[in-house]
Design a protein around this ligand. Structure first.
Ligand code: GTP
Length: 439
């Protein structure tokens, strides 16, 4: 294959990481933090990052993305530091990529290429590997197509058509198309098996809990801590591309199934969102979502916002009616007063638990909260008469009211969760209230 975006030979090479700063005002994350993330991604690829910088980008230049001055400046750096690779933390068109490679005399990798390569290395299950391979081929195919039109235009200028270049590209495109078709067949087969497995699991009445979180938040570490499993936790981004399932024993002896999922990152290249989607089905179907956050990170809020946005896009999370418990992880990294403040806030809040997956602090409280959530019972739809303020107050006291709206005849339709004991009591108190399981 001729157009591999990143080849194996990059592994021990020295690199410069460049973050073009487009400074949109809606962007929560500072350019420096974005740069740090890109450096983390490059290091996860075993690149030796010798220089990292932010390049303000006010007016993108079609041919090179960056302005001529910046291109020259980087060219000088490449020569001075004998750099092999320049990582541009933005999407580059194939033409831009090639022009920059020529100007800098170094291999240029854009953000999509970088993430694809990382995904390829981290994929653990067959499905994950197939998904990544497909995404990578789609990326390559788009480069080939665009390379092709570009060459065609160039050649047109010289009045020649055809030639070995063209044939090579056509061959590549055919090979890619064949490979895509084969991968899709394999993927369909793997997915069929997985759907069967999921169906079998659904017959077992174990509640399922899915871990989600920004990359490096500590999902794998928490997963191990909770299940004593030995999924390797490394200080590498994307240690987990595929969901991994383990049995989890909650206080009270009730078993649940815990699944570890892929780490989210900011501005996931859209080519990769599809590859994510299937893997994240587990999240959509989970009874409870554990949103693991690195609460010691300076970017904790922005990261959490990214994760919620991705969940929303997938039709999962709080907006989709799922129960989400936040795990404020890495409290061991905080000074004592900040740690106590957070733990108190989490307790008051009810929707969060502060823990350290490494030291084990707070883990007991987390499993207790999980057990309580699991026992909270199913989501119920309850119809009350408009005058039944007492019934409504009872539901607020003994259950968790999720929503209330007006129903027929001025009545009230309440959606709430009730533990089995509370449900039995409510049925005695209001035998005529229409009850239906909403999920
Ligand atoms: P991805 O797979 O990239 O999404 O990462 P992850 O969310 O699974 O994170 P992982 O568990 O691999 O942890 C990332 C790094 O954070 C590792 O170096 C962990 O040792 C570290 N870490 C996780 N939890 C804690 C914690 O409670 N305290 C401290 N100090 N470090 C932690």
């Amino acid at each position: 294959m001729t157009a591999r975006s990143v080849d194996r030979s990059v592994t021990v090479q020295s690199a410069l990481v460049l973050h073009p700063d487009r400074s949109r005002r809606d962007d929560l994350r500072a350019a420096e933090a974005r740069l740090a993330e890109a450096v983390g991604l490059a290091e996860a690829l075993d690149l030796r990052v010798v220089q990292a910088l932010v390049a303000p980008l006010r007016a993108p230049v079609p041919a090179t993305l960056l302005g001529a001055g910046k291109v020259a400046e980087i060219a000088a750096l490449c020569a001075e530091l004998s750099l092999d690779v320049v990582v541009v933390d933005d999407a580059l068109s194939p033409v831009q990529q090639r022009n920059l490679e020529r100007a800098w005399q170094a291999k240029v990798i854009d953000r999509t290429g970088l993430i694809l390569e990382i995904f390829a290395r981290r994929a653990r299950t067959r499905e994950g590997r197939l998904q990544v391979e497909l995404a990578r081929l789609a990326y390559e195919a788009s480069r080939l197509v665009r390379t092709w039109t570009h060459l065609e235009r160039q050649r047109g200028g010289f009045g020649t058509m055809g030639g070995p270049g063209e044939t090579q590209i056509e061959t590549d495109r055919r090979l890619i198309a064949e490979r895509v078709a084969r991968l899709k067949r394999e993927l369909a087969e793997v997915r069929r098996t997985r759907t069967l497995a999921r169906r079998a699991r659904r017959r077992v009445p174990f509640p399922t809990i899915a871990l989600v979180g920004y990359t490096n938040a500590g999902k794998s570490t928490l997963f191990n801590r909770l299940t004593d499993a030995d999924v390797v936790a490394k200080d590498l981004l994307f240690a987990t591309l595929d969901p991994t399932m383990r049995r989890l024993k909650l206080p009270g002896g009730r078993p649940a199934i815990l699944s570890d999922t892929v780490g989210f990152i900011s501005s996931l290249p859209h080519e990769l969102v599809e590859a994510f989607r299937a893997t994240l089905d587990e999240v959509k179907e989970a009874d409870i979502i554990l949103h693991v956050r690195d609460i010691a990170s300076a970017e904790s809020e922005a990261e959490a916002a990214d994760v919620r946005a991705v969940l929303g896009e997938l039709g999962a999370g709080e907006e989709a009616g799922q129960r989400v418990l936040e795990v404020w992880n890495k409290i061991d990294l905080l000074p004592d007063d900040a740690r106590e403040f957070l733990a108190a806030r989490a307790r008051r809040d009810g929707g969060a638990v502060a823990v350290s997956a490494v030291t084990g602090e707070g883990i007991e409280r987390l499993t207790e909260r999980l057990a309580a959530l699991v026992d909270e019972g199913p989501l119920l739809t309850i119809a009350l008469s408009a005058s039944d303020g007492e019934g409504l107050a009872w539901l607020y006291r003994h259950g968790r009211v999720v929503s209330r709206e007006s129903g027929v005849d001025d009545g009230l339709v309440v959606t709430a969760r009730l533990e089995p004991a509370a449900l039995a009591k409510f049925e005695q108190l209001r035998p005529s209230a229409l009850l239906a399981a909403a999920e």
